[in-house]
Design a protein around this ligand. Structure first.
Ligand SMILES: [Zn+2]
Ligand SMILES: [Zn+2]
Ligand SMILES: [Zn+2]
Length: 347
């Protein structure tokens, strides 16, 4: 018989209460960090994310604890189990068994996810992981530069929380979260409407098709919000992003900061194609010989901005892929172009 392993006591109702309190505090912090005018307190952005993240995890643990009937089983699911270690049996063999007691710490995100799989509880983990990485990297940033990012997260968290509370807990979010839920709802609607408004407006701005993904990757450099809209004056002027990138401006709906959109998009590509010259690898991003924008993707042999492609894509002698720098060689790689030239001279 397995020895009885002692566990700390667990109060599921307390978990639920703490979860809801934490979420409410998170929403209050969120409201305070972005109060209009000078009333806002950016330092609260971090505590908003911390509280929201903690609250969501507590709510998840509460759900796990309520998946089983016996309090003892609930405790075994929520607290970190003792480590399983090998024990020599004295006859040259080993048996495996737990060492010590259940710990006082409760399970982390990774383990919560495993428990959810066991009980077939579904959650949009992409959003939860984003929330976690947001919380982790915000610790190292100046709070004022993160207000927009935090706002985006509160908006994204809304449907996840709504779904979880309704489907998994069988409760009504507005009933258990009160005013905090109304705040989240209004903010979520604001975010969804403005995301759509921005997308519609950019559709008029003639962004090169290949750059679409990179437009979506743009964030305000001041506050990290994704709510960037094209300048109405540029649109009224008939400017296009494709041809007037030297003056086409975007404005952040969250903080009002404005800047040229093209360098922001190029910057997003550069971040994705970052390479270390010491690694011995070749860079995968170049300036395009045809349009001059830094949007030529080497492995694709094409430019995201002007859709320009290479005339010669592979060497006719060795079939090696060719780059922009090989185009003057008449369809050969530099090695075979050189060999060919030598051959012709000797002829
Ligand atoms: Zn901004
Ligand atoms: Zn180009
Ligand atoms: Zn060749």
């Amino acid at each position: 018989m397995a020895p009885q392993i002692l566990k700390p006591r667990l109060d599921a109702e307390k978990l639920r209460e703490n979860a809801l309190t934490s979420i409410r505090l998170g929403v209050e912090d969120f409201e305070r960090c972005r109060a209009p005018g000078d009333g806002g307190d950016p330092a609260r952005a971090l505590s908003a994310i911390r509280n929201l993240f903690a609250g969501v995890l507590l709510l998840f643990k509460y759900k796990i604890a309520t998946c089983v009937e016996a309090p003892d089983d609930a405790e075994a699911l929520i607290f970190n189990p003792p480590e399983v270690m090998p024990h020599p049996d004295g006859n040259g063999g080993i048996h495996w068994g737990p060492v010590g007691k259940f710990r006082n710490t409760t399970i982390d995100v990774v383990t919560i996810r495993k428990r959810f799989e066991t009980f077939e509880i579904e959650v949009d983990w992409d959003v939860i992981e984003k929330l976690q990485s947001c919380r982790n990297h915000l610790e190292h940033l100046h709070p004022a530069h993160t207000l927009g990012e935090v706002a985006d997260f509160v908006a994204e968290l809304f449907p996840v929380l709504q779904d979880f509370i309704q489907t998994e807990l069988g409760e009504t979010p507005a009933d258990i979260l009160g005013a905090a839920w109304q705040t989240m709802l209004l903010h979520h609607n604001f975010f969804v409407e403005n995301t759509q408004r921005c997308a519609d407006a950019w559709a008029e701005a003639c962004v090169p098709e290949g750059m679409d993904t990179w437009l979506k990757a743009c964030k305000c450099p001041q506050c990290a919000s994704t709510l960037l809209a094209p300048f109405q004056a540029n649109l009224d002027n008939g400017d296009t992003v494709e041809h007037n990138d030297d003056k086409f401006t975007a404005e952040c709906i969250a903080c009002g900061h404005s800047l040229l959109i093209a360098p922001l998009m190029i910057n997003a590509i550069e971040k994705d194609h970052g390479y270390d010259p010491r690694s011995g690898e070749e860079p995968t991003l170049e300036s395009c010989d045809q349009c001059g924008r830094r949007a030529f993707i080497v492995p694709d042999q094409a430019c995201l901005w002007c859709a320009g492609e290479l005339e010669y894509t592979e060497c006719e002698d060795c079939e090696e892929g060719l780059g922009q720098e090989d185009q003057d060689n008449g369809g050969r790689c530099s090695y075979h172009a050189h060999a060919y030239e030598k051959f012709m001279r000797e002829d």
